[in-house]
Write a protein that binds this ligand. Structure first.
Ligand code: 6PG
Length: 479
């Protein structure tokens, strides 16, 4: 056996990760794919990698040094289960199986438990950074046991992206913790993308600027506090001209956004945990709405505002949108971290928030300059209950809120949908409110269902005899 690490699945993410591993000092990489023709084309295209190719699972296992370690890079769901089943047959106690796909964290918890019973370690590892990240350095979010981390740590550290001298990988927590955090990463990714898309739409429709001109605005923003991978690639996409028609590419792409499920999982999980990730939810729903052509066609004759939307001062408007984007983005991260905290509590994971912000600084899709600020915020106050209240972020929302409000007002008046901007602002106002109309909701619940309420001025639980004489009685707490 010559290889110290193996990769199963030779689609682009798998082959790029295998090439990344092979390019690092000391690694010899075994590769396997269900159909050998794919393995062969990877071998042919990358002789420099020195891959050891296997034709079947037994040969794959035999080519790996013990304790064996293999990373699965296949489709989430059934295909992942099928590969695990085969690997378990040829691996031995002490070996390590890593799932590097976008698995649902509850699947990872289930798989980890089942595989552990055989004595083999199972590690669900979130890997972010797309094709290029896999090849040059992703951000890696592994879960699994401490024993598995001991062996995998050095390997992962060798292939991860480097941010400020530190590899973007940390042992997130046990069993499904890594995939949970990757899921939330993707939820934030959805929110960030939607916010950027809303900013583009508002600027385009408000100022009449062309996509190429807006690309320059994004490129400019990327030099400041908004600096991030998603802003950078947005400029690239907006600059792109379609060869066929000579139009901006963005104008010939069908405006129906796809999704593979991780954003929806983030929201479903948040609903179960009772965490308001409203910005992320709106981003997921915005994709769903875009992908309903029949409903959109039927509604296209419905009226919008009477007046045409023209902003008086385009430069000032663009600056307002920039600030609204910054504030809303902080809310998306704040909500995402709330979900991580709640998940960690629910599933018993010891997740270090500051470490998560650190490993998101490089390699991953949501990498951004301001993640350093999140790390600092959690370092200063590990018990921080809402990221947005940390001094740095509180200062940002204080200084941007006027612009944020103007943008949301303008969007509403102009009839331009800005669900992520406006829901983020509503969340912010909800969070900072002295009193919420939730008091009235409690009154309504008590009226029709005797669901009871608490009083601001007394201990205990109360119910008003709504259908009787409307006096108040002490009651059992029914929530
Ligand atoms: C990443 C990405 C990656 C992928 C997602 C998004 O972190 O590298 O999040 O995992 O792009 O699958 O997918 P959808 O937008 O198709 O849901």
């Amino acid at each position: 056996a010559q290889a110290n690490i193996g990769v199963v699945g030779m689609a682009v993410m798998g082959s790029n990760l295998a090439r990344n591993l092979a390019s690092r000092e000391g690694n010899t990489v075994a590769i396997f794919n269900r159909s050998f023709s794919k393995t062969q084309s990877v071998l042919d295209a990358h002789p420099e990698a020195g891959f050891i190719a296997a034709h079947d699972y037994q040969e794959f296992a035999d080519s790996l040094q013990k304790p064996r370690a293999a990373i699965i890079m296949v489709k989430a769901g059934g295909p992942t289960d099928a590969v695990i089943e085969e690997l378990v047959k040829v691996f031995e106690p002490g070996d390590i199986i890593v799932d590097g796909g976008n698995a649902l964290f509850t699947d990872t918890i289930r798989r980890e438990k089942a595989v552990r019973e055989t004595g083999i370690n199972f590690v669900g590892a979130g890997i972010s950074g797309g094709e290029e990240g896999a090849l040059l350095g992703p951000s890696i979010m592994p879960g699994g046991s401490d024993a598995a981390w001991e062996k995998l740590g050095p390997i992962f550290r060798s292939i991860a992206a480097i941010a400020e001298g530190e590899p973007c990988v940390t042992h997130v927590g046990h069993d499904g913790a890594g995939h949970f955090v990757k899921m939330v990463h993707n939820g934030i990714e959805y929110a960030d993308m939607q916010l950027i898309a809303e900013a583009y739409d508002l600027i385009r429709r408000g100022t009449g600027k062309s996509p190429a001109e807006i690309a320059e605005i994004f490129a400019e923003w990327n030099k400041g506090e908004l600096e991030s991978y998603l802003i950078e690639i947005t400029a690239e996409v907006l600059r792109q001209v379609d060869a066929k028609t000579g139009k901006p590419l963005v104008d010939v792409i069908v405006d129906q956004a796809g999704a593979k499920g991780t954003g929806a999982w983030t929201v479903q999980t948040a609903l179960d945990l009772g965490i308001p990730v409203s910005g992320i939810a709106e981003a997921v729903f915005a994709r769903s709405l875009s992908s309903k052509p029949a409903q959109r066609a039927a509604a296209s004759a419905l009226p919008g505002p009477d007046e045409k939307f023209v902003v008086a001062d385009p430069d000032a408007f663009v600056e307002d949108v920039r600030q609204a984007l910054y504030a809303s983005k902080i809310i998306a991260y704040s909500q995402g971290f709330d979900e991580i905290v709640a998940g960690a509590e629910q599933y018993g994971w010891d997740i270090k928030k500051g470490e998560i912000a650190k490993i998101w600084r490089g390699g991953c899709i949501i990498r951004a300059r301001f993640l350093n600020r999140i790390t600092e915020a959690y370092a200063e106050n590990p018990g921080l209950v809402a990221l947005v209240t940390a001094p740095f972020f509180a200062e940002v929302v204080t200084s941007t809120q006027a612009a944020w409000r103007r943008v949301v007002v303008a969007a509403a008046q102009a009839g331009i949908p800005s669900p992520a901007f406006s829901s983020s602002l509503a969340y912010y106002d909800g969070l900072r409110a002295d009193r919420l109309p939730a008091a009235l909701v409690q009154g309504q619940r008590d009226f029709f269902g005797a669901h009871t309420y608490k009083r601001v001025d007394a201990e205990g639980t109360f119910h008003t005899l709504w259908s009787g004489d409307r006096t108040e009685i002490e009651a059992e707490d029914t929530h």
